[in-house]
Structures are given as structure tokens and as C-alpha cells.
Design a protein around this ligand. Structure first.
Ligand code: HEM
Length: 505
């Protein structure tokens, strides 16, 4: 039952009603987005550190103050370990329902701690092999395309073209497989992956907007977010591959192998010098839990599947938005080209250490992720009644807390030109001055994005190669100024985004 509009006020908590800015109908059918509502709430709550909002049928606490956000996401994390289920998985016996994003409570904690050592810097350094070899094949395919065209330029559909790279990288990195997708964008593997990753139908929009609110209805009706047949296809491949590895028939440099090694307990955990600022604050430590017990075959397959899906959508979007932004701002592209020219080798490869030293590349990628973060809002569910005496915040057990990432990333208090694509927001000096909690593209705290290091290095490697080998330009059809689409809490590039690539080598 939906609480009445004054529910929060009646509980002594300041309340904003964002439905005056956009109706649920507008949001569900894509005329407006959750960002419009969140911005309305954020801008109308004045100096309040938090306020109450009703998102039928749930009363929600909306946080604005960065210190309070830090408390919820890190200091008092034990109250806020879970999210609502992000995507409906109607069949709770399905292997995929055991993925980290969906697991809750102690089960999540044990699996997360067991899986974390697969993402150390050392492991990411080894993954460079895939980014370099697949990246080079992709660049050569684009060069041939440009050569064959009468204008000497390749016109690409950004979504499908970048997916060719990310599908092949993630197939190598998770499944240990070459799928031939770069040469044949219509390979069976690519078709099945695209059916899962492409979420551009009106039904996807409705599912994304309504499923967090009405999970029981979705479960009752058996509605799933992802294409069931596709998920089954990849589950079967992963199971066969796991069996072969357990028999000792195959050993590969990929996540499935790392997860098997993690189960055996032979992986070194993340060293304290590798922890990022949020992890340091959270003091995440590898514990001596029984990994054998938690990393069962099904759990390994479910994590491989979620790494595969996250590797497809999140990374593709980041690379595509970067290419799009660079096409619209040739001055930024030129400066980046100059910087990457110093580290791309004759054979097109890039070293992990060189890549992580490139300051301007980092500024560009951070700015892409400020404007188009992994999720426009984060959420946590409160596991036990929570009181913050300093701010007066009270969240009851099972209460939902929202962190409005889009509004924070567009607050002029933190970013001087929020509307612009402006990498200068991320100079090392500005980064050092600003609260790190004003940038939440990968989430924050122990429940942040486990694949952050992988995603950043994969995106940087291919963006560096792209500007080294091509000048990226808009076509007549490329929308300007820079814009995206919002589905639920996720950003996507404009449908059918077209870009022109002019060979430089
Ligand atoms: C640029 C690409 C990516 C972005 C921007 C991104 C962003 C995010 C965000 C915002 C969250 C939620 C964090 C929170 O609630 O605090 C998340 C969760 C997650 N991400 Fe990513 N992600 C990306 C790529 C990846 C990749 C490549 C992988 C795996 C290889 C991955 C695996 C996951 C998993 C498993 C979770 C759930 C973690 C948990 O609940 O413990 N992501 N990601």
C-alpha cells in the first residue's frame, strides 16, 4: 500500500514531493527520467542533509550531505550491506541469481571476500594481454574498413562497433575464448551477447523503472530483465568450461581460472598499497574465510556471468561516450592524442604501467564517468534501525536509502561547469581539493564495483589506441551537444549513434 504524501512529514522528517516535476507515467515511458526527479529533490531540499521522498509504494530516504553519505556507505556499512534486487530474476533457483550484485547479507559478504583477490593490480596487469591483442585486431579491422571506403573514412555505428571489442575482450577474459566477433560481428556468441546487453526497447524501459519498486509482481509474473535463452546459453558454456578446467584439461589467463584458484586459496589478496581511497576508508581486509565452501561451481558460474554482463554494458558505454565526446571536442582529442603518442608502441601495444601514468587520459575518462557514471543513483537497504546522532538521521529496518549520483556529479559546488564536457574538472590539484565522495561512478565502499580496476584499464587501453590510429569526427547524424539516454538508473549512448573514423596511420 502506498503511504500518503505527507508520510515523512508525519514522522518529523523534511519531505519533498518530486512527482510535481515528473509523473511516474513520464518516467516509465521515457519522456522524463529518474534523474529529473532526483535533481528536483536535490535542488529543493536546500541545506537539509537528507530528506524523505515517497516513491510509490516505498518511503525512501534521500541523502545529500557527503559526510552522511560516507557514513552510510562506509562507516556504518554493517547497517547498509544490501541493495534491493537490481534486476528481477524470477527463477530463484537459476544459477544467475547467485551473482554478487543480487546476493544479500552473509552470503554476499562471504562470496565478495572470496572473489576480491581476482581483481588485484597484478591480475589486471596480466589482463593487458587481452586488451592489447583484441584491441589491435579491432583497430586493424577498422583500418581496413576505412581503406575500403571511397572517402577513406570508416563510418561506424558506435554501439555495435564498440561492442565487437568489448564482447571479444570479455569472452577472452571470462571464458578464455576467441569468438571471432571482430571479423564476424554476427557470430552466434555476439548475437546472444547483444540480445542480453541491448536494452533499448520500451519494455526494457518499463522493466528497469518498475522492477525495483514492485519486485514481487515481477517475480509473480515470471518477468526477467535479461533474455533467458541468452543467459542459459552462456551458463552452459561456462559449465562445460569449468568441468574441463577442474579435470585439468585447460588452464587459461581468465577470470574463471582465477576463481578456481581463489577457491583453492592460492590467490594473494589485494595488498594495502593497492586499495583505493574508499577501500582504505572502509578498511577492507582479506579474511581467512573458508573459500572452498563459498565458491561452489554454481557460485563461480554466476560470478563469471555477472562479470561478463557488466563487462559488456558498463565498459561499452564508457568507451562509446568517450569516443562521442572526443568527436565533438577536437581540441581535447588532439591533446589526448599527443599524450598517448608517447606510450603507444610501434606494434600498437601499451604497457599497463605506462597507461596508468597518463594524467590527461585519466582526466578524460573521469569526466566521461562524471557525466555518464555506471549508475545515476546508488541505493542501500537498511538491515537494522539506524540513528546518526549528529545529523538526526533515522532509518528504520528495511528502509531504502538513495544516493543521487547524477545530482552530485552535476552540483556546481563540486564541478565548476557541470553542463560541459570539461576534463579540467579532474586535474590532480582539483581531485586532491574535492571530497572523493563527490565522484561515485563506480559506487563507494565495500559494496562498490568489484570490476573497477578492470573496467578502467580496459577502457583506457582502447581509447588510447583509438585516438592514436584515428581522428574521430561526428557525422551529420551525430547528435550535438553531447547527450545520453537514461534507462532506469543506467546511462546509454543515443540510439544509432554514428561516428566517423579517419585513419592517421
Ligand atoms: C566502466 C564500467 C563500469 C562501471 C561504470 C561500473 C559501475 C558499477 C556501479 C556504480 C556499481 C554499483 C556500486 C554500488 O552500489 O556502490 C557496480 C557494481 C558491480 N559491478 Fe561494475 N561497473 C563497470 C564495469 C564492471 C566490470 C567490468 C565488472 C566485472 C568484471 C563489474 C562488476 C560489478 C559487480 C559484480 C557489481 C556488484 C558488486 C556487489 O554488489 O558486490 N563492473 N558497478
Amino acid at each position: 500500500k502506498t503511504p500518503k504524501p505527507s508520510w515523512w512529514k508525519d514522522h518529523g522528517i523534511p519531505e519533498i514531493d518530486p512527482s510535481t516535476s515528473s509523473s511516474l507515467f513520464d518516467i516509465v515511458f521515457g519522456n522524463k527520467s529518474m534523474n529529473d526527479r532526483d535533481d528536483y529533490t536535490y535542488n529543493n531540499m536546500g541545506s537539509n542533509k537528507f530528506c524523505g521522498v515517497i516513491e510509490s509504494p516505498t518511503p525512501i530516504i534521500f541523502l545529500k550531505d557527503l559526510d552522511l553519505i560516507k557514513n552510510v556507505l562506509i562507516k556504518d556499512f554493517d547497517h547498509f550491506t544490501d541493495r534491493r534486487h537490481p534486476f528481477p530474476i524470477a527463477d530463484k533457483t537459476a544459477v544467475f541469481s547467485k551473482n554478487l550484485g543480487d546476493l544479500q547479507g552473509d552470503e554476499w559478504k562471504n562470496v565478495r571476500q572470496s572473489v576480491s583477490p581476482t581483481f588485484t593490480t597484478g591480475k589486471m596487469r596480466k589482463m593487458m594481454e587481452h586488451f592489447n591483442s583484441v584491441g589491435q585486431e579491432w583497430i586493424e579491422m577498422l583500418q581496413s574498413k576505412a581503406k575500403e571506403s571511397s572517402t577513406g573514412a570508416a563510418i561506424i555505428d558506435a554501439n555495435s562497433c564498440i561492442n565487437q571489442y568489448t564482447i571479444e575482450v570479455i569472452a577472452n577474459a571470462v571464458f578464455g575464448m576467441n569468438t571471432g566477433t571482430i571479423q564476424n560481428p554476427n557470430s552466434i556468441f555476439a548475437q546472444k551477447a547483444a540480445r542480453i546487453a541491448n536494452m533499448d526497447k520500451i519494455t526494457d524501459m518499463i522493466k528497469m523503472n518498475l522492477s525495483p519498486r514492485y519486485p514481487k509482481i515481477f517475480t509473480m509474473l515470471g518477468i526477467e530483465m535479461f533474455d533467458k535463452e541468452g543467459i542459459q546459453f552462456f551458463t552452459n558454456i561456462l559449465r562445460q568450461s569449468l568441468e574441463a578446467r577442474l579435470k585439468g584439461e585447460v588452464i587459461r589467463n581468465d577470470f574463471q581460472q582465477l576463481l578456481i584458484d581463489a577457491r583453492k586459496g592460492v590467490l594473494k589478496g589485494i595488498g594495502s598499497d593497492e586499495l583505493d581511497i574508499f577501500e582504505k576508508d572502509a578498511e577492507i581486509k582479506s579474511s581467512s574465510i573458508n573459500k572452498e565452501k563459498y565458491l561452489t561451481d554454481d557460485i563461480i558460474i554466476a560470478q563469471s556471468l555477472v562479470f561478463f554482463l557488466a563487462g559488456l554494458t558498463g565498459v561499452s558505454n564508457t568507451i562509446a561516450f568517450a569516443a562521442y565526446a572526443l568527436a565533438l571536442q577536437p581540441d581535447i582529442q588532439e591533446r589526448l592524442r599527443e599524450e598517448v603518442g608517447k606510450v603507444v608502441k610501434e606494434d600498437g601495444s601499451v604497457d599497463y604501467d605506462d597507461l596508468t601514468q597518463l594524467t590527461y587520459l585519466d582526466m578524460v575518462v573521469c569526466e566521461v564517468l562524471r557525466k555518464f557514471p555506471g549508475m545515476f543513483r546508488l541505493e542501500r537497504v537498511c538491515e537494522k534501525d539506524y540513528h546518526d546522532t549528529e545529523s538526526g538521521l533515522f532509518v528504520p529496518k528495511k528502509g531504502v536509502v538513495i544516493i543521487p549520483v547524477h545530482s552530485i556529479h552535476n552540483d556546481p559546488k563540486y564541478y565548476e561547469y557541470p553542463e560541459k564536457f570539461y576534463p579540467e574538472h579532474f586535474t590532480p590539484e582539483k581531485k586532491a581539493e574535492r571530497s572523493p565522495y563527490a565522484f561515485q561512478a563506480f559506487g563507494v565502499g565495500p559494496r562498490n564495483c568489484i570490476g573497477m580496476r578492470f573496467a578502467l584499464i580496459e577502457s583506457k587501453a582502447v581509447i588510447a589506441k583509438l585516438v592514436h590510429y584515428f581522428r574521430i569526427e561526428p557525422t551529420e547524424k551525430t547528435p550535438s551537444p553531447l547527450q545520453g539516454r537514461v534507462m532506469g538508473a543506467l546511462p546509454f549512448i543515443p540510439a544509432d549513434l554514428e561516428l566517423k573514423l579517419i585513419s592517421l596511420k
